[in-house]
Design a protein around this ligand. Structure first.
Ligand code: NAG
Ligand code: NAG
Ligand code: NAG
Ligand code: NAG
Ligand code: NAG
Length: 505
């Protein structure tokens, strides 16, 4: 029996689990790679139309565990599949058993059970509820290994924020859903389920291996504090980072990525690595067997390898992929044009600049959906209004003949203002839902040509100090269905227009 591994990443807590080493030999002839879009839709959203052919996150996670016979590798931020209504420290505290069933907590139990079964069966990896669940899964099972990786030791701050499951080196989930019961029935999530795709899985396993390697290295010996010329801050990075001057860089213990001489940091690649494999889409009527380019992107850039693009480029290029006169749709929980966790503040116009560029030059329409919820970040509204100001700039002179436009809406899941533990010190709080629920947590962008499904929030730190993975594709069936998912949200009564800055004429 091959050992499987479990990675637990802190500050904020992540957990990754890796499984057994040698990937299974591909069966002959290899079955075709297939993809389905996956959603979680919170309970009590009767006015949100369902998009046919889209799977549910709870089913997909149960199947990934259920189908694993050799390995299950999980990269997770934290673990909480089992609800904790009896734990006073939990946002689930104080709700009754009936409440929990109404909230859908049974879905989380079912996923946890399928993980336990997989762990009993063979080699599996995973991590626990704040991390108790992963420790419990590892306890007494020599085939399950767990490790802790502190990203803060390597980048000064940051966490493992990727949400990825890989089963038997061929089936995968990549998306916004955490290993949390709430991500199945109380938080709105979007991801992709890939089946029989070993040629995609092997690259994600490489990334997983990079996290694993990091956890076994002495970060003190392998980090430098440098002046980052691109972002104009002093910060800690791994010594092989391209933010370290070429002459002072160490040899990377990881598979290396493209070195471009005479540039600071990681510039956008003109020809990022693309996977040219046909992908069937049984969940869509548009399914085709032609080859379309797909790609993976990774954050932070020091953990990427070969010619894989950094995650920021994956987002920017998706926005810029829009056709002349076409539409870009972006859905995110957070949006800030700056950093969130660094001591020195980084100003980060990368995405808002791409949005303005396509409004001007391509006359594109850009629709952006941002979550409004009980942990809504200060500054969001100001940054969104600054993007809306592009409409005024675009129309500022007649010679622009402006036809492009950005529209922004807040996505408000009903009940968000009544979330948190039901009891505090034995007093009823009046909350109607557990803490950290009732929010749109998906992170994706889709133009008329290309779909990008990520795990990162749209804030500087997620691209430069935080572990994240995205899958993107030009497959027209996936592009069209992701647009449908967006439009169902955008046109629902839960989306409310963000007002522009009112300027005096
Ligand atoms: C495919 O088309 C049929 C007939 O128009 C429709 O009923 C069905 O919902 C469609 N399925 C998907 C996944 O769009
Ligand atoms: C394996 O995955 C398929 C879908 O990809 C699902 O229908 C099936 O139920 C899964 N098997 C198990 C044992 O979970
Ligand atoms: C791994 O699991 C074991 C067994 O439950 C536990 O004792 C240990 O604390 C866990 N370590 C990490 C890093 O989660
Ligand atoms: C880690 O590296 C530092 C600096 O090279 C060294 O002082 C320290 O002893 C190392 N720690 C371990 C556990 O090897
Ligand atoms: C609970 O409620 C009582 C009565 O309203 C109040 O006196 C007490 O301070 C509350 N306890 C806490 C911890 O809020």
């Amino acid at each position: 029996m091959k050992p499987s591994r479990l990675l637990v990443f802190f500050p904020l807590l992540f957990l990754a689990v890796a499984a057994s080493s040698p990937p299974p030999p591909p069966p002959h002839p290899s079955p075709r790679c297939k993809a389905w879009l996956v959603q979680s839709i919170p309970t009590d959203m009767p006015h949100l139309p369902r998009v046919p052919g889209v799977l549910s996150t709870g089913d997909v996670l149960r199947w990934l565990a259920g189908n694993a016979t050799k390995s299950l590798d999980v990269i997770a931020q934290y673990w909480q599949f089992l609800a904790q209504p009896d734990n006073p420290k939990s946002g689930d505290y104080g709700f009754s058993a009936e409440d929990m069933e109404m909230f859908g907590a049974g879905e989380g139990r079912a996923v946890y059970k399928s993980l336990e079964d997989a762990a009993d069966r063979k080699h599996s990896g995973f991590a626990p509820d704040f991390d108790q669940e992963s420790a419990d899964l590892a306890a007494g099972r020599p085939n399950v290994k767990n490790v802790t990786l502190l990203l803060g030791d390597w980048w000064g701050s940051g966490i493992v924020h990727a949400k990825v499951w890989i089963s038997d080196g061929k089936d995968m989930y990549i998306g916004s859903a955490n290993n949390d019961w709430k991500s199945l029935t109380q938080v709105k999530e979007v991801g992709i389920y890939l089946v029989d795709c070993p040629s995609i899985a092997k690259w994600i396993e490489t990334y997983f291996g990079n996290l694993w390697t990091l956890s076994s290295l002495n970060s003190t010996a392998y980090t430098r504090t440098v002046w980052d010329k691109q972002w104009q801050v002093k910060r800690k990075v791994p010594c092989w980072s391209h933010f370290v001057h070429e002459k002072l860089r160490c040899r990377s213990p990881l598979p290396s990525s493209v070195v471009v001489h005479h540039v600071d940091g990681y510039p956008a690649l003109a020809d990022p690595f693309m996977l040219h494999i046909p992908i069937e889409t049984p969940g869509s009527n548009l399914s085709s067997t032609s080859r379309h380019s797909s790609y993976l992107s990774f954050a932070p850039p020091e953990l990427s390898f070969r010619r894989f693009q950094a995650d920021e480029q994956g987002w920017v290029d998706t926005i810029k992929s829009v056709r002349f006169g076409g539409t870009v749709r972006i859905s995110t929980m957070d949006w800030l044009g700056q950093s969130q966790y660094l001591r020195q503040i980084v100003f980060w116009p990368s995405l808002s600049s791409a949005v303005s560029e396509v409004i001007f030059s391509k006359r594109a329409t850009v629709n952006i959906l941002v979550a409004y919820w009980s942990h809504f970040l200060d500054g969001t509204d100001e940054y969104l209004k600054s993007i809306l100001y592009s409409n005024i700039l675009c129309h500022s002179s007649r010679r622009n003949n402006c036809k492009g436009r950005v529209n922004i809406k807040y996505y408000i899941v009903p009940g968000y203002e009544k979330t948190g533990a039901a009891k505090s010190n034995n007093n009823a709080t009046g909350n109607l839902y557990p803490g950290f629920t009732r929010v749109n947590h998906g992170k994706y962008a889709v133009s008329d040509l290309r779909a990008h499904i990520g795990t990162s929030n749209l804030i500087w730190d997620y691209f430069y100090t935080t572990a994240g993975v995205s899958f993107g594709t030009y497959n027209p069936a996936i592009v069209a269905q992701l647009q449908e998912i967006f439009d169902a949200d955008w046109n629902s009564p839960y989306a409310v227009t963000v007002e522009p800055l009112h300027t005096s004429a």
